[in-house]
Design a protein around this ligand. Structure first.
Ligand code: S3P
Length: 436
């Protein structure tokens, strides 16, 4: 009776994943709206902002610079009242959040005071020169305190514009220099090897700034930025497609039921996972529900699917970079092989996701290996069983928690707390939709 003809030992009822969930607010957009609002003069009120640990890191750091931000609490609107930033009295702790650290560096580059940034052990291991080298070229001075990473001190000041080709498709790098151009009132032109998420571009355009996008090149003329010209704003943050992907995966792996996810962001630079799922024979139905600040949203409806492996190309990667853990887990339950090409960037995420994914898939009896910069996963039918090391990485924890909902599975996670980083109600939502 069970999926794939497996005998279910603990619980013979088929797993039905059903119900309606509104996933938490988008993490990338929440960081960006908090930061941009902090540079304006009129208040910005946000509905459905993410309230997770990473979002709180951005809010905390901005408050240290003199910005007024009401508490980030579930179902409460957040009010941001920006103003001129002042020198922080203490170190800016970005916690686990790479986006906070890199975007703050960009925004601080034009502010005429020193600011020291640090983070938790995971963030301190992540490369920062990909951002600080560019900010240095723009005229900021960066003092490293032990190599390519945090802690470091940025001494901001007058900036000059730059034009550069980024070797990595990174929205954090791109957003950092756009923020430097905006606050430094200079022009920057960034060309990426492939298009990374474009939330910053959409927000800047929404604010009426002269941003031009041609292919993978973005140009911003920051000279015209007048913080007091922007009127008070009331914005809704779309549901996070990356958080939604875990629930979509639970519904795909179930034996019955239908799950609806409400008001999820479907910006094409974030929905690569839906395009890959379609190739894997998983039909996720979407119904458009409107647009906020240039960001399209849709309700997603999904049920069980018989998946098949696919080839994920290097060009696909930037639009699904954060979904690789959950796609790899789905690949392990698909017919045939899935290859994720050129995913070396996974080595410098919250953990070394490339080796951790392969090792954890093997630890639960799946077949996976790293070949150069590729991750290769072969689908199997045996129930996943074993212990998973999350290394404190929220997306590894959630991906393998979803794998643990497969009938007959027994997947033990080394910890579950890390879901607080991006999706605090993840386990409650998983239980509510019937995944177990
Ligand atoms: C993010 C960009 C991506 C992504 C991260 C969030 C952002 O990182 O992995 O979770 O909000 O800009 P990179 O820009 O380093 O690829």
């Amino acid at each position: 009776m069970a999926r794939g003809g497996l005998a279910v030992e603990e619980d013979a009822r088929p797993v039905r994943v059903e119900g309606v969930v509104r996933p938490p607010g988008d993490k990338s957009i929440t960081h960006r709206v908090l930061l941009l609002s902090a540079l304006l003069r009129a208040p910005v009120v946000l509905a459905h902002a993410l309230t997770s640990a990473d979002a709180r890191s951005s809010a905390r750091v901005l408050r240290q610079l003199g910005v007024a931000i009401s508490p980030l609490a579930t179902r409460r609107r957040v009010r941001v009242t920006g103003g001129p930033w002042h020198a922080p009295k203490s170190v800016l702790n970005c916690g686990n959040s790479g986006t906070t650290a890199r975007l703050m560096l960009g925004a601080l580059a034009a502010h005429p005071f020193p600011a020291r940034l640090t983070g938790d052990a995971s963030l301190r291991r992540r490369p920062m020169r990909r951002v600080t080298d560019l900010l240095t070229r723009m005229g900021a001075r960066v003092e490293e305190h032990g190599g390519d990473g945090l802690p470091l001190t940025i001494h901001g000041g007058a900036l000059n514009g730059i034009q550069f080709e980024s070797p990595v498709a990174s929205a954090q790098v791109k957003s950092a220099v756009l923020l430097a151009a905006l606050t430094g009132r200079v022009t920057v032109t960034v060309t990426e090897p492939a298009r990374s998420r474009d939330h910053m571009e959409r927000l800047l355009r929404f604010l009426g700034l002269p941003i031009d996008v041609t292919g993978t090149t973005v140009r911003l003329e920051g000279q015209g930025f007048r913080p007091s010209d922007v009127p008070p704003l009331d914005l809704e943050v779309p549901g996070d497609p990356s958080s939604s992907a875990f629930l979509v995966a639970a519904a795909l792996l179930a034996e019955g039921g239908e799950l609806k996810l409400e008001r999820v962001g479907v910006n094409p630079t974030r929905t690569g996972y839906l395009r890959v799922l379609a190739r894997m024979d998983a039909a996720v139905h979407r119904e458009a529900v409107g647009e906020v600040a240039g960001e399209p949203m849709a309700d997603l409806v999904v049920g069980p699917a018989d998946l098949r492996g696919t080839d994920v190309s290097a060009e696909d990667i930037p639009s699904l970079i954060d979904e690789i853990p959950v796609l790899a887990v789905l690949a392990s339950r698909s017919h045939g092989e899935t290859r994720f090409r050129s995913v070396g960037e996974l080595r410098v995420k919250e953990s070394d996701r490339l080796s951790l994914l392969a090792a954890n898939l093997r630890a639960v009896g799946a077949r996976a290996e790293v070949q150069g910069d590729d991750l290769v996963v072969e689908g199997r039918r045996n129930p996943p069983r074993g212990r998973v090391e999350t290394a404190g990485d929220h997306r590894i924890a959630m991906a393998f928690a979803v794998l643990g909902t497969v009938p007959g599975a027994a997947v033990a996670l080394s910890e579950r707390r890390s879901v607080q980083i991006s999706y605090p109600s993840f386990f409650a939502d998983l239980e509510r939709i019937g995944a177990r």
